[in-house]
Design a protein around this ligand. Structure first.
Ligand code: 13P
Ligand code: SF4
Length: 380
């Protein structure tokens, strides 16, 4: 695929700066004492016309109004299961709303209550940067042996690139299966955009070595790599990371083990390799929840994932000792942008038949993205 085509695939759906921010100036103040009541009234007025989806990293005040909670994969599937819902109000981040739009019918409208709710990791790979990388691989003669594997946390433009080039989307729960599939189809993987998930899966699940992986820096010519480094690599990792999970360190793992004897460390695979390598259990958001649900009463857990989820787990499982792995790591600031005022504003606007903050992926981008998403579903 030529560079110009790739740029077209990415047009209009890529960077945070293109998303804009809008609330029509009507956002209710967070101090409004009637906010919850307004939310209840608007929710009731919308009835079955609206489906409200809430990602596990959302605030409690938003989760309280979600019809379904889940990880990004489950929520995309749930959206696809409800073709009768005119509106899908997505309480999560932009790439999740895009995936929901791709997997729902043409008539359904996906709403993101705050357009500034992006994902810093997804924004670390733009369509233009990926096109430049692919052109370099093509010139080296390795693109035809390389299968792109793209994490769900990516823009529709990058999923579209992946679908157009014979690759697959993956989530943190099926990354190993997706990478194995990719290596059965080609000789190399271009893993986008989370270097940590790619590295952790390659080394800890596929038995590859750190030396089999190279890191493509999109800000350097040729990704900062030599032609031989690229030719010899099994996995070309994109230099992206999660600004929340990437902050947990090995020192905090040592510190918590000293502080709480017998504690088990449970982390998301977006964490750094040394953190994941030293953890007791590693898993996706849904897996973290299941692990705590099944854990015996009295057991102690230090969890390295988003703080809203860890706090909810601690509140819901008071018979277990649950602590946040690193006190200096904050909430995911973009997930947290969706608060009750934004949800109320979105719902009241829809009740007044005023469509706001619709996330719409253009047809061409959606077509190839869907191929990559369906490839992932076929692997399951
Ligand atoms: P999930 O795919 O588990 O929903 O994770 C999304 C995410 O943003 C992790 O940081
Ligand atoms: Fe993106 Fe990380 Fe926030 Fe998840 S937690 S939405 S990967 S920035």
């Amino acid at each position: 695929m030529a560079l110009s085509d790739l740029l077209l695939l990415g047009a209009g759906s890529d960077l945070a700066s293109q998303r804009g921010v809008s609330c029509d100036g009507q956002l209710p103040p967070a101090s409004d004492p009637h906010l919850k009541q307004r939310a209840r009234v608007a929710r009731e007025a919308l009835g079955a016309r609206a489906l409200i989806l809430g990602h596990h990293y959302q605030r409690d005040e938003v989760i309280d109004f979600a019809d379904v909670t889940g990880d990004s994969f489950k929520l995309a599937q749930e959206a696809a299961k409800r073709p009768d819902a005119e509106y899908v109000i997505f309480c999560g981040v932009h790439f999740m709303a895009e995936s929901a739009d791709i997997l729902t019918t043409k008539d359904q409208k996906v709403i993101l209550p705050d357009l500034a709710a992006g994902c810093s990791m997804a924004d670390m790979a733009s369509a233009q940067q990926v096109a430049t990388c692919w052109d370099a691989l093509t010139e080296l003669g390795v693109a035809n042996k390389t299968i792109p594997v793209t994490y769900m946390n990516s823009s529709a433009a990058i999923k579209s690139f992946t679908g157009a080039n014979g690759g697959t989307v993956c989530t943190s729960s099926n990354a190993a299966r997706s990478m194995q599939w990719a290596l059965s189809k080609g000789e190399k993987i271009l893993f986008l955009p989370d270097q940590h998930l790619g590295r952790n899966t390659a080394v800890l699940s596929l038995g590859l070595t750190l030396g089999d992986c190279v890191l493509w820096n999109p800000w350097k010519p040729m990704g900062g790599l030599t032609p031989d480094q690229i030719r010899n690599a099994k996995v070309i990792l994109w230099r992206g990371h999660c600004s929340v999970h990437g902050r947990f360190t090995i020192d905090t793992v040592h510190e918590v083990r000293k502080r709480i004897p017998g504690v088990k460390v449970l982390v998301h695979p977006e964490c750094q390799h040394e953190v994941v390598s030293s953890a007791d259990v590693v898993g996706s958001t849904e897996m973290i929840i299941r692990t705590i649900e099944k854990a015996p009463s009295g057991s102690a857990w230090a969890i390295g994932t988003e703080l809203n989820l860890v706090q909810r787990l601690a509140n819901n499982h008071q018979d277990k000792q649950i602590v946040f792995l690193d006190k200096t790591v904050c909430y995911c600031s973009t997930m947290n942008r969706i608060d009750l005022p934004h949800l109320v504003w979105a719902m009241e606007s829809l009740v007044a038949n005023h469509l706001v903050n619709q996330i719409k992926v253009d047809e061409k981008t959606a077509h190839f993205s869907k191929i990559a998403l369906e490839q992932m579903l076929a692997l399951a």
